[in-house]
Design a protein around this ligand. Structure first.
Ligand code: UTP
Length: 479
């Protein structure tokens, strides 16, 4: 231990972070082991670089790109419509191509589920939230059903990759083990964890940039952002295994969106027809300040500007016809070419870190735990969408939000993205499908369709007798 301690002290000292050991003498063996393990999980040279460059440089105002200038230089991307006229390829061409990719077993599905879900305030990983409006099925169950249905339809295994973080890993693994017991169709699942970054003090002076302690024996750690997926896919060996299996594309989405059309063949088809290395779904923003990333084109390259970075004056700009100049909102649904991911993973610093000021509980110099109300810390996160400018032939596909986007972010009572709003969006979609199939749903009747029964209006039409009337809450599923 003495040897180990000397080595740790040296590593920490060279990063200017030896203070994290200040309670060492008070700790028992177990606590010391915890602290050592936390310290070993961190890439200290990177932390030092970030603290030096980003925090000490300009602690008060924040640093990073000049978003105002970038927004002024940006233009709107030319997007393909998922369904509609005027595209370079027809929808049926895209569907055929996407279906072939699925049949040939070239596609994997990946959900990022490593976030802490602080706004929702649910006691378990967000994927375990029972969102089904009638069935109370969890987000994970809805995704699995859609994937199993797709696998069956195209007679091909589609691997499911679930990225967790230390905050969500153990419970997610346990949950999938429990589910798997009852579901023989749940076989091709890989669960791997992303890395963490320490939160550092945002105060000025001597304390600036010091790593915070969550307790005397634990660092204040946060998952390293959904961009951590790149490193995690690579380090866990998942990327290499997929390549060995002949998988060429990964369909990516976030755990909070139950309406995502997983492995949509038309979306996959456009991606392939364009020879794109990364294709992203967007929606037309209805509000200038909508909380979605803004997809823009800067000097010919696609890029996403996070809503919190887009200056309000740029967000409000309108074209002559009244439409928003920066209109394309990212919904964090992408397809990645695996060779592209491998190339980017091999390149150091291919994803920059973003800084966010947050309120983070910490132990002060006397060992007392403080729970601040105001932001006191800086968190470092990587965003997966920062890969977009590097992608060859990057492509943007516009979808109808009513058919694919309703994220669960906040607890009941908030102004947006609450469980009730998500459920309502799901019910409205399923009501539309039922009515398009020539059946009827009574006013205010809640309906839900399991993706294994039908995952779109066309499939539902094949299964539902026209004239059927639903007058009570109904959950359509395969028995
Ligand atoms: P959000 O930015 O909405 O964060 O994540 P969150 O953790 O879910 O919720 P809050 O902000 O704490 O309330 C968007 C998606 O990215 C994933 C989340 O799990 C979610 O699917 N994510 C986020 C990760 O997988 N890892 C991260 O480090 C951050």
């Amino acid at each position: 231990m003495a040897m180990e301690l000397a080595k740790l002290r040296a590593t920490l000292a060279s990063a200017g972070q030896q203070d994290v050991l200040r309670f060492w003498d008070d700790l028992n063996d177990l606590e010391r082991a915890e602290l050592v393990s936390d310290i070993e999980s961190i890439d200290w040279p990177t932390v030092q670089e970030l603290v030096d460059g980003m925090i000490k440089g300009d602690m008060a105002t924040g640093v990073g790109p000049d978003w105002q200038a970038l927004a002024a230089r940006s233009t709107s991307p030319s997007a393909i419509r998922l369904s509609g006229e005027g595209n370079r390829w027809s929808e049926s061409q895209a569907r055929l191509r996407g279906e072939q990719m699925l049949r040939d077993g070239r596609v994997a599905a990946m959900v990022v589920a490593g976030g802490q879900g602080t706004r929702l305030g649910f006691d378990h990983p967000k994927g375990m939230y029972p969102i089904g409006p009638v069935s109370q099925r969890t987000l994970f169950e809805i995704f699995i059903d859609r994937l199993v249905a797709t696998s069956r339809r195209y007679e091909t295994p589609i691997p499911l990759l679930v990225m967790t973080s230390p905050a969500t890993h153990d419970e997610t693994v346990e949950y999938f083990n429990r589910l798997g017991g009852a579901r023989p169709d749940l076989t091709d699942v890989t669960i791997f964890s992303q890395g963490v970054m320490p939160s550092v003090s945002a105060s000025s002076g001597r304390e600036a940039g010091k790593v915070l302690l969550a307790s005397k024996s634990r660092l204040a750690l946060n998952p390293d952002g959904h961009g951590g997926a790149l490193r995690a896919l690579d380090r866990s060996g998942t990327l290499a295994k997929l390549q060995q299996r002949g998988i060429e594309q990964i369909f990516y989405w976030q755990v909070d969106n139950p309406m995502v059309s997983i492995c949509d063949p038309v979306f996959l088809g456009y991606h392939a027809l364009a020879g794109s290395e990364m294709t992203s779904q967007v929606i037309a923003k209805t509000e200038p300040l909508e909380k979605v990333g803004n997809v823009v084109s800067v000097d010919g390259a696609l890029q996403i500007i996070e809503y919190s970075d887009l200056p309000e004056s740029s967000a409000m700009e309108r074209n002559e016809d009244g439409s928003l100049r920066i209109w394309a909102g990212s919904i964090a649904v992408h397809v990645f070419d695996i060779a592209f991911l491998a190339r980017m993973a091999a390149k150091a610093g291919s994803l920059p870190f973003h800084v966010a000021r947050k309120a983070v509980g910490y132990v002060d110099g006397s060992g007392e735990f403080i729970k601040p109300r105001e932001p006191n810390a800086i968190k470092f996160e990587r965003f997966i969408f920062d890969l977009l400018p590097a992608a060859r032939n990057g492509l943007v596909v516009e979808i109808d939000p009513a058919e694919g986007f309703s994220p669960l972010k906040n607890a009941s009572g908030a102004a947006e993205y609450t469980p009730e709003m998500v459920q309502d969006a799901m019910v409205q979609q399923h009501r539309r499908w039922i009515e398009a199939a020539g059946a009827r749903v009574g006013d205010d009747v809640v309906v839900e369709i399991n993706p294994m029964f039908a995952w779109d209006a066309c499939q539902l039409r094949e299964r539902l007798a026209p004239g059927t009337v639903f007058s009570d809450a109904t959950y359509l599923h395969c028995r």
